[in-house]
Write a new protein. Structure first.
Length: 386
């Protein structure tokens, strides 16, 4: 309610026409490119890249591992091949710019997202000795999909208050009510792949523990309260300063939910940081950078752009998205400005926190509400630090 209350005060209770239009077919003009803002954001981008590539710079200790026995020759499960066919056929139809079949083009991102999820799960299955999320707990992957619908639609709602940082230029190909149903069902595929990629990362021991021995960082209850209040205040203020504060849309929900869970004594990817274990947080964050890059890749090539006017886009799928971001909108990688990929880092951690919160509220079990590899890290025969 805080962004809504801020906007209600800003507009004296009279919102502009189409303020809550969904899908948004266009976006208001944004602030022009700023060299200063770009350079500041670029410094942060480089610092984060160095953290992942060279963690020792930031005080992380190197971890060496005894080589493990290779897994037996396990065939890929049937759902991998189902996912490959579903994903591959859908991607081919999109990238070939076919105008038919309309039923597939109108709903294409659902089989695309879920087909990819099944493929990654099948890869985890053979690397983890027949132990994957789908084979071990199919109900949980369905639960994550259900949680993803509300978890992502929250961001579609918050997008109203930053003057549409992303929009759907061909969203009027189908009726608004159909697009809304599509958006809800399609968003179910935006989170399960994150947990599949996370599990896949953990099948590589050297990477699984890469960030286990870092600086110990803890926040007192007072500090958490201050951060919580500042985040709530930012969500209220974002409507007044949508161009300056658009980044709050990605950071503040994560902080709010993580602190609330922490105050209830519930594990989040931030919890192990006080012991120096940054692996869950950094890996969840990285998961969506990887997945987000793939999403942007698939999204970009299902359209054609006029070289003389890149804003003139032709596509046959209504869910194709483009961006309208102030200050840093240069050097695009697909539709996304290159520095915009930083937004996927907090969103990856948000996905983990959101599912943990969702599972807690509904009192359903989840394997992701703790660091399931903590015992492995403690085995001196398998791991030692320099």
């Amino acid at each position: 309610m805080l962004p809504y209350l801020g906007a209600w005060i800003k507009y004296d209770g009279h919102f502009p026409n189409n303020y809550f239009e969904f899908p948004a077919l266009s976006a208001p003009d944004k602030a022009e490119f700023s060299v200063v803002a770009f350079c500041i954001a670029a410094v942060v981008f480089v610092a984060l890249t160095l953290l992942y590539l060279f963690p020792k710079i930031y005080g992380f200790k190197k971890i060496n591992f005894t080589p493990t026995k290779p897994s037996a020759n396990i065939p890929l499960p049937i759902w991998f091949w189902v996912g490959l066919v579903v994903w591959g056929v859908t991607l081919f139809v999109l990238w070939a710019k076919f105008q038919e079949p309309r039923w597939l083009l109108n709903w294409a991102y659902i089989p695309l997202f879920w087909g990819f999820t099944l493929m990654v799960d099948g890869w985890v299955y053979i690397r983890a000795h027949r132990n994957s999320l789908l084979s071990r707990s199919p109900r949980e992957i369905i639960g994550i999909g259900l949680a993803a619908t509300s978890g992502w639609m929250l961001f579609e709602y918050l997008n109203f208050f930053v003057d549409e940082n992303w929009f759907y230029p061909k969203g009027d190909i189908i009726p608004e009510d159909e697009f809304t149903v599509y958006a809800v069902l399609g968003s179910s595929g935006l989170m399960p792949a994150v947990f599949e990629i996370y599990n896949l990362m953990n099948t590589f021991p050297a990477f699984r523990h890469r960030y286990d021995r870092g600086p110990k960082l803890s926040a007192s209850k007072t500090t958490r309260t201050v951060m919580l209040l500042l985040s709530l205040a930012a969500m209220f203020c974002v409507s007044f300063f949508p161009e300056v504060m658009f980044g709050a849309l990605w950071i503040c929900p994560l902080i709010i939910f993580a602190i609330v869970l922490e105050n209830f004594g519930i594990w989040t990817p931030f919890t192990p940081i006080k012991h120096g274990n940054w692996s869950p947080f950094l890996k969840y964050s990285l998961c969506y950078v990887i997945y987000g890059f793939l999403l942007e890749w698939w999204n970009f090539f299902n359209s054609t752009h006029d070289p003389a006017n890149p804003a003139n886009i032709n596509t046959y799928t209504p869910a194709h998205w483009v961006y309208s971001i102030p200050y840093i909108s240069k050097f695009h990688v697909f539709e996304m400005p290159v520095l915009g990929y930083m937004g996927y880092l907090p969103f990856g951690a948000y996905c983990a926190v959101w599912w943990i919160l969702f599972a807690f509220l509904l009192n359903v079990p989840t394997q992701f509400d703790h660091d399931e590899y903590s015992e492995v890290r403690a085995e001196p025969s398998e791991i030692h630090t320099n």
